[in-house]
Design a protein around this ligand. Structure first.
Ligand SMILES: [Zn+2]
Length: 244
């Protein structure tokens, strides 16, 4: 393996609470679950906030939407259990129709003020496509945009969303943001010890992956690609923003 110019990142002791905000029930398992399992093993509290419950996730394994939402919520709970995630928050928005509205920003601000995360993990709202094969889902961009706006300025600013103060939710300042899927990452986490757990968690989304025989190959390939950047076998890549 050629020498990498960078080293993998590890979270400092001061980071104990992590909130991952995503649009769909399986987004975290495709992207950040190796790091999540690692953080959980290190004794940190990880909470998932899922903006939709994936009611539009039809495919060859799940050809219609009958009973899909409770099924996907159950799959999400099982994946979270596998990863060591402490809690799940479902916001119940309609899958496939998300916009970065003020209402969504307020709901995410509420979750941040309730959960007090040191780090918020979310997607990259600026990326419309990856390579020449994948258009980024508009729900992913909408949630990422609202999440970043909730982190700053909404969660930490007393005068924004005074109705949250009336609910007893005081401002909260997030220390760092980790953006997954960024085209210019600057922080990589070694997931060599947790890639297998990531694969198992994604396979828990049976309504989406079926038997999941392709899961391991896909996630190993992505992990190897990102691992090369920091000289480890498998990694996940983020854009890290330090806010305080
Ligand atoms: Zn998604």
């Amino acid at each position: 393996m050629p020498r990498a110019e960078r080293r993998p990142h590890t979270l400092p002791e001061s980071i104990q609470r992590i909130l991952c905000i995503s649009a769909h029930p399986d987004d975290n398992e495709f992207t950040v679950a190796g790091s999540v399992a690692r953080w959980a093993r290190e004794g940190r509290d990880v909470v998932f906030c899922l903006v939709t419950s994936g009611g539009a996730g039809t495919n060859e394994h799940t050809p219609n939407t009958d009973g899909l939402i409770p099924r996907r919520e159950d799959e999400s709970r099982e994946a979270a259990r596998i990863l060591g995630v402490k809690d799940l928050v479902f916001l119940g928005y309609t899958d496939g129709a998300l916009e970065p509205t003020l209402a969504l920003r307020r709901d995410l601000t509420r979750v941040i003020r309730q959960q007090h995360p040191d780090v918020v993990v979310c997607g990259d709202p600026t990326t419309r496509w990856y390579g020449d094969r994948y258009l980024n889902h508009p729900d992913h961009r909408a949630v990422a945009s609202a999440a970043l706006d909730a982190v700053f300025p909404s969660a930490e600013t007393r005068a924004i969303f005074p109705e949250l103060l009336a609910e007893g939710l005081e401002p909260h300042k997030v220390k760092e943001v980790l953006i997954v899927g960024a085209l210019e990452p600057n922080a990589w986490f070694d997931i060599g010890d947790t890639l297998d757990v990531k694969c198992a968690a994604l396979r828990a989304h049976v309504s989406q992956v079926g038997p999941g025989e392709w899961v391991e190959g896909l996630l190993r390939g992505w992990g190897e690609r990102d691992g090369k950047r920091v000289g480890v076998r498998y990694a996940e890549a983020f854009r890290r923003l330090i806010l305080s």
